[in-house]
Design a binder for this molecule. Structure first.
Ligand code: FES
Length: 162
């Protein structure tokens, strides 16, 4: 794995000299923004460069829900399981999505196309239940066929690639 970009990110965050403890979380956030997840070689390299135990980085990565230790799908589906969405039927929708995609929450389809995650409130409770695909917000109010949204996404991908 080419770690040039990881080095650049670390350099950007440490250019003002040594601190008692390096800004590990912002560095990890930027690495994830770059790769969409935290690849192991990037974490190992970061730990070495910052002189921080690797276990600390894994501790942070597993504590905060926003960090990923596995590659996301090409399209990431985040189903909101916050209170408003939960009350509005998100658990039923989750079951439908899992059946449609053939995976459980936290997994990625075999072809790598779709990843499915449960997330906390995404900040638009009035639209509950809410599903976010990549950066597109979908209100599922009154929608019974969530599989149709997945099918449409697949079709639009096929159009782009043909
Ligand atoms: S609880 Fe789902 S958007 Fe707030």
């Amino acid at each position: 794995m080419d770690l040039t970009r990881v080095d650049e990110i670390i350099d950007e965050h440490t250019k003002n000299g040594e601190r008692s403890y390096p800004p590990v979380i912002p560095i990890m956030q930027d690495i994830q923004a770059e790769y969409r997840w935290l690849p192991e070689p990037a974490l190992v390299h970061t730990a070495k460069r910052l002189h921080v135990p690797l276990v600390d980085l894994y501790g942070i990565a597993t504590f905060y829900q926003s960090f990923r230790l596995t590659p996301p799908g090409e399209h990431q589906i985040n189903l909101c399981m916050g209170t408003a969405c939960h009350v509005a039927g998100a658990p039923l929708i989750l079951g439908k999505l899992e059946r449609k995609l053939g995976i459980k929450a936290g997994e990625v389809t075999e072809d790598g196309k779709f990843g499915l995650d449960e997330v906390r409130c995404v900040g638009c409770c009035a639209l509950a239940p809410v599903m976010v695909i990549d950066t597109d917000y979908h209100s599922l109010q009154g929608k019974t066929d969530v599989g149709k949204i997945i099918d449409e996404k697949r079709k639009s991908d096929e159009k782009v690639s043909s």
